[in-house]
Design a protein around this ligand. Structure first.
Ligand SMILES: C[S@@+](CC[C@H](N)C(=O)[O-])C[C@H]1O[C@@H](n2cnc3c(N)ncnc32)[C@H](O)[C@@H]1O
Length: 249
């Protein structure tokens, strides 16, 4: 998984042609932004809404007033976090303007005005000062980072001491026969539907490849500690199809 040159997932790219991971990820999410939300619901049978809710509620006892949602995409996680946690402010950042454009329509609703702000930003170079936020969240984003360690270290930097980071990410189940069923689904069913319904077929072949290459469990827990977090809780959701991490700075 890890070597001196970084993590295997950092080398998994959506397209064959030249360009760094960041440029390719921007291109891919810009291309699929219009139907990203419905494709998400379809691919997870809507279970992602339960994963998101559980992950957000893990922050409830800490009552964060300021939240940074990294890789916010079309804003669903930020919107759900606002509804469930009622913070003073949520800032969502993402490198894809296409994804943010879809999110901006949603957060223009009066209930979110001056509460949720979406802007272009890169996880590996956050524009915020040290110790600016009570909590940071990333839902289904870390797998796409060009530099995973830098991204996590940056989120740690902008959190206040005692602040919390929540990460949700897709993962490959480890146990037979769930793993085999999952592989069949992700490598045949998802690409077939992507061919039919998505503007960018490559995006949905990148998905299982990047999930397979992404560090999970103990490796992720150790990485979070290396990046400055003191304690980490790791849970598997839905037979290991999704991974949840709660880390404290
Ligand atoms: C699968 S989407 C997840 C969107 C949203 N968080 C959700 O829960 O639906 C991944 C998002 O990560 C964003 N992303 C990837 N690398 C990023 C980076 N280095 N900094 C900020 N956003 C990034 C992509 O542009 C994309 O919108």
């Amino acid at each position: 998984m890890e070597n001196q040159e970084g993590f295997k997932v950092e080398k998994v790219l959506p397209y064959e042609q030249q360009g760094g991971k960041k440029e390719q990820i921007v291109r891919m999410f810009d291309a699929i932004s219009d139907n990203y939300d419905p494709m998400n619901r379809f691919m997870t049978f809507g279970i992602d809404t339960i994963w998101r809710k559980n992950a957000i509620l893990s922050l409830k006892n800490f009552a964060p007033k300021t939240i940074l949602d990294v890789a916010t995409g079309t804003g669903d996680f930020a919107i759900n976090a606002f509804r469930l946690l009622q913070p003073d402010k949520i800032v969502g950042i993402d490198i894809s303007e296409g994804m943010l454009k879809v999110g901006e329509v949603k957060v223009a609703a009066p209930e979110f005005q001056s509460k949720i702000e979406l802007k272009v930003g890169d996880s590996t170079n956050l524009e915020f000062k040290n110790e600016s936020f009570d909590a940071a969240t990333v839902a289904f984003g870390v797998r796409n980072f060009e530099d995973l360690e830098k991204g996590i270290s940056e989120m740690c930097r902008v959190l206040k001491p005692g602040g919390h980071l929540v990460i949700l990410e897709m993962s490959e189940p480890e146990q037979f026969p769930i793993r085999e069923l999952y592989r069949l689904y992700s490598k045949t069913v998802i690409p077939t539907f992507a061919r039919l319904f998505s503007k960018d077929r490559k995006a949905y072949t990148y998905l299982p490849k990047s999930i397979e290459a992404f560090p999970q469990g103990k490796v992720m827990t150790e990485l979070l500690k290396k990046c400055g977090f003191s304690s980490v809780v790791y849970k598997k959701y839905t037979l290991g199809v999704c991974a949840f991490y709660l880390a404290e700075k």
